[in-house]
Design a protein around this ligand. Structure first.
Ligand code: HEC
Ligand code: HEC
Length: 322
């Protein structure tokens, strides 16, 4: 079986950790050598999320991007995807790039790849109760995952992202189930997800990269490891704020380079812990946490509006304007 992403290119984000670790190692002050050693211990022969999705589709290699005006749009879309703060900064309100949650430049099966998404729209979404075009779906990730103000329909930014996704999907049929779309389904764990167990998983397996308080790590203002919660992360309306999505993403993709190494129980527990932390307000704010929960978070997979450690999650006032 051919798995997506067997041919790393210079831009292949599977090489990004190596780069990032180099940067980190170079800049770490004395006394943090343990961190550098831990990070360096991540296996080079990365097991990737595509394993186990049954995906056989292979998007075209970067070298096949045509050298014309269409190719320019494709390249811009790729650049926006890999470095969203730099190429679409005015539309976002945090430090995340699209690739942080859609790994390997949006190519990785099992990490909500762009090619599988592209051929699956227009589609009805219960999230906004209407049929969404692909462009509208892209806007959703700007609004919630990027905590921003989405680029207008037809804008250069959305056209470029659409061109890149379309180009990646070359040869796939439309409106057919695509192996590798979204995240591999994760079975319910034997025990209900738990904060205390999740915290232990976080400290042992995640903090080395994402930092003690989920704030991520930065070198010269560049995100090296993305923030999982706090002001610079995704907001309360984002898909990753559902424990179900987060557990599935984490199980298939984290710790980075060690896909499927956590037990389902560990993935559910650490997803619960991550989603039990404070983050930017849901932009669909209804004037109170209770009303916002009732309208948009009435699910056992959302901790928004729940009381954890004596604090009501999301009780941080109205959304800040970006
Ligand atoms: C914080 C994580 C995160 C970030 C950052 C993020 N996304 Fe997403 N994205 C998600 C999640 C979660 C889903 C839902 C996946 C699912 O339903 O299986 C999703 C879904 C999508 C989909 C639809 C996938 C499908 O198969 O229907 C597209 C397209 C998409 N994102 C594009 C983008 C773009 C473009 C950006 C950057 C502007 C971006 N995303 C940033 C988490 C993120
Ligand atoms: C070796 C470093 C490393 C470890 C350890 C690690 N991650 Fe990550 N994580 C990353 C990198 C790098 C990305 C961004 C991927 C990219 O841009 O290609 C990421 C992205 C993420 C994201 C999506 C982006 C965001 O900021 O929300 C989540 C969620 C996440 N990691 C959770 C976890 C959890 C939970 C653990 C522990 C089980 C973990 N990670 C362990 C390096 C790591």
């Amino acid at each position: 079986m051919t798995l997506a992403c067997t041919a790393p290119s210079a831009r292949n984000p599977l090489l990004r950790p190596a780069l990032a670790f180099g940067l980190l190692a170079a800049t770490l002050a004395a006394g943090t050598t343990a961190l550098a050693a831990d990070v360096a211990a991540v296996p080079k022969s990365a097991i990737n999320a595509a394993v186990g999705t049954g995906a056989t589709f292979q998007p075209p290699p970067e070298s096949a991007i045509p050298n014309d005006d269409f190719g320019k749009a494709v390249k811009l879309g790729r650049d926006i995807f890999l470095d969203t703060p730099k190429y679409a900064g005015k539309y976002i309100g945090n430090t995340l790039s699209c690739v942080n949650c859609h790994t390997d430049a949006g190519r990785m099966a099992g990490s909500a790849p762009l090619w599988a998404a592209y051929v699956s729209y227009p589609a009805y979404r219960s999230k906004n109760k209407k049929v969404n075009t692909f462009e509208e779906r892209l806007q959703g990730c700007f609004h919630f995952s990027e905590n921003g103000t989405p680029p207008p329909l037809g804008s250069k930014t959305l056209v470029a992202l659409q061109a890149y996704s379309y180009w990646l999907a070359k040869g796939l049929p439309t409106d057919e189930p695509v192996a590798g779309r979204g995240y591999p389904k994760l079975a319910a764990a034997p025990l209900p997800p738990d904060y205390v167990r999740g915290k232990a998983v976080y400290q042992a397996q995640c903090a080395v990269c994402h930092n003690a308080n989920g704030e991520g790590r930065y070198v010269d203002g560049q995100t090296v490891f993305p923030p999982l919660w706090g002001a610079k992360s995704f907001n309360w309306g984002a898909g990753m704020g559902s424990i179900k999505n987060a557990a599935a993403f984490i199980h298939a993709n984290m710790p980075y380079g060690q896909s499927y190494s956590l037990t389902p129980q560990e993935a559910w527990d650490v997803a619960y812990y991550m989603d039990a932390q404070e983050r930017p307000q849901d932009p669909r704010w209804q004037g109170s946490v209770a009303a916002t929960r009732a309208k948009f978070h009435d699910s056992k997979f959302s901790l928004y509006g729940q009381t954890i450690n004596g604090k009501v999650l999301g009780d941080i006032g109205p959304p800040k304007k970006n």
